[in-house]
Design a protein around this ligand. Structure first.
Ligand code: Z5A
Length: 209
């Protein structure tokens, strides 16, 4: 727990509605006169945005090895924590972050099958000891959430283009993590957005208000 601000992260496979709900939660918290900062990983610093482009969109980077991918996500995080997250929490902000190191555990650990002890070590090193106060896991069937993305665009990025089995492994890992740690709250993300937002706010209120 931080003395001043709070650090809440939002996790889940793509298309589960994280971005939509983070905007809603930010409005709800701001209406309670709290200072709120919304972020996403990878990205949100100049360096981290350049890394995001390499990781997801640069067509010349399509032959990226899993080890390279892991180190780039961690590099983006190391910059974001030191440049933005740590100062904001120190000033009392409620930092809402779309993904953090649990994504690395699920994507690079479980789906890419890189060694978990290395992931744990790098997660902790990049995050500089910062651990979310609360992590909301958006849970739903990957076949349904990925279906939402095809409505958005036909140009899937390098990671979105993976198959259903890849995303099923990620979902399974998130649920496994949540079983072993009270930091996590698992939310059924398949329901309509207004009710989903209410459910998430209830969980936040239970924990902090
Ligand atoms: N990654 C990694 O591998 N390792 C790491 O350490 C980190 C990340 C940090 C980042 O993707 C990629 O990097 C991601 C994991 C990997 N890979 N993939 N693939 P991103 O930042 O580009 O996007 P994302 O985090 O995966 O989220 P997203 O695809 O933007 O989806 P979302 O934020 O969860 O959902 P949304 O944008 O709010 O909604 C998606 C659509 O569904 C949209 O059309 C909405 O209008 C609709 N929607 C939203 N809510 C609902 C409900 N409740 N019902 C129906 N429709 C809805």
């Amino acid at each position: 727990m931080w003395l001043d601000g709070k650090f809440i992260t939002f996790e889940g496979i793509e298309g589960t509605g994280k971005s939509t709900q983070i905007s809603f939660i930010a409005k709800e918290l701001s209406a309670r006169s709290l200072d709120v900062l919304t972020l996403r990983e990878p990205g949100c610093t100049k360096i981290s945005e350049k890394i995001r482009n390499l990781l997801q969109y640069d067509k010349e980077c399509h032959n990226m090895f899993p080890e390279t991918e892991l180190l780039l996500f961690e590099a983006s995080r190391a910059q974001l924590v030191r440049e933005v997250i740590a100062p904001a929490i120190g000033k009392g902000f409620w930092v809402l972050c779309d993904r953090f190191f649990d994504s690395t555990t699920a994507y690079q650990g479980s789906a890419r099958k890189l060694p978990m002890h290395i992931i744990e070590m790098l997660n902790s090193f990049a995050a500089g000891g910062y651990v979310p106060d609360m992590t909301v896991i958006f849970d739903m069937d990957p076949a349904l959430s990925l279906g939402r993305l095809t409505g958005r665009s036909t140009n899937l990025d390098r990671i979105e283009a993976e198959d259903l089995e890849f995303f099923s492994l990620i979902r399974k890992k998130y649920l496994e993590m949540a079983k072993n740690d009270s930091r996590f709250v698992v939310i059924d993300a398949s329901i309509e957005p207004v009710m989903l937002g209410k459910n998430i706010m209830n969980e936040i209120a239970k924990k902090f208000f």
